[in-house]
Design a protein around this ligand. Structure first.
Ligand SMILES: O=C(CO)[C@H](O)[C@H](O)COP(=O)(O)O
Length: 234
């Protein structure tokens, strides 16, 4: 319980640092997950004090939270370019490559990140890793042809010399994403070449998106017990 409270405090500290990047009039992307939730809470306080921003959410859950806080929300179709997206991550490496999708929102998260001029990652220190891959890599797939798609993913992983164990999230009652897809969590261990893996996954029919975010994050705020460390810069 105490450890959980401490972790929530760290997440909020990281979120507070990202809030310093927000300027009046900005177009913002709002991430998903327990850390992003703190950012949306803090942003809601600023909006209540008069800050003017317009935002796009990366999930239905975040949209509901933001609307509840009276944060002005719109769609990416109405506002296709964003100034800044603030989101959490499951892992962050020293080159600001990420694994995301633990909360199942990776597809919208990547679309929103790609629409943003900058992305800031907020995380507690447990998410900072030397090498990606201890966290299972989420791969979002179309339900149609699941078994076939899964075999293609397994073959691709074997071809890269990195066979992994694939687990359908939710098991017999699969987890369904906001886009109506399933998620295969790929237990890989340390990923030798994230760029190569990302490229191999992207070309498999039935794969909608994978949780490797490469080249999106410009800065990460990593909250540890004593301080918030900044990786990269805007
Ligand atoms: O990618 C995500 C959701 O799809 C989240 O950002 C990621 O899972 C981190 O979540 P949390 O802040 O709850 O640890």
């Amino acid at each position: 319980m105490a450890a959980n409270q401490d972790s929530e405090r760290l997440k909020r500290e990281a979120a507070r640092r990202a809030l310093d990047l927000v300027e009046p009039g900005m177009r913002l992307g709002l991430g998903t997950g327990t850390t992003a939730r703190h950012f949306v809470d803090l942003l809601g306080e600023k909006v209540a004090q008069g800050l003017k921003v317009r935002c796009v959410a990366t999930s239905e859950a975040t949209l509901a939270q933001a609307k509840g806080l009276n944060i002005p929300m719109t769609t990416l179709d109405d506002m296709p370019e964003l100034d800044l997206t603030v989101d959490g991550a499951d892992e962050v490496d020293p080159e600001l490559r990420l694994i995301k999708g633990g909360g199942g929102a990776l597809l919208r998260e990547k679309i929103v990140a790609a629409a943003s001029l900058s992305m800031a990652v907020i995380a507690d220190a447990s998410k900072a890793v030397a090498r990606l891959g201890a966290f299972p890599l989420p791969v979002e797939v179309v339900p149609f042809g699941l078994v076939s798609t899964r075999r293609h993913i397994e073959k691709a992983l074997e071809g890269l010399g990195a066979p992994g164990e694939l687990v359908l999230r939710g098991g017999p009652k699969p987890f369904v994403t906001d886009g109506g897809h399933f998620i295969l969590d790929c237990r890989l261990g340390a990923i030798a070449d994230p760029e190569r893996l990302a490229a191999a996954l992207s070309v498999i029919p039935g794969v909608v998106e994978h949780g490797l975010f490469i080249g999106y994050a410009r800065v990460a705020f990593i909250a540890g017990a004593d301080a918030v460390r900044t990786l990269g810069r805007l």
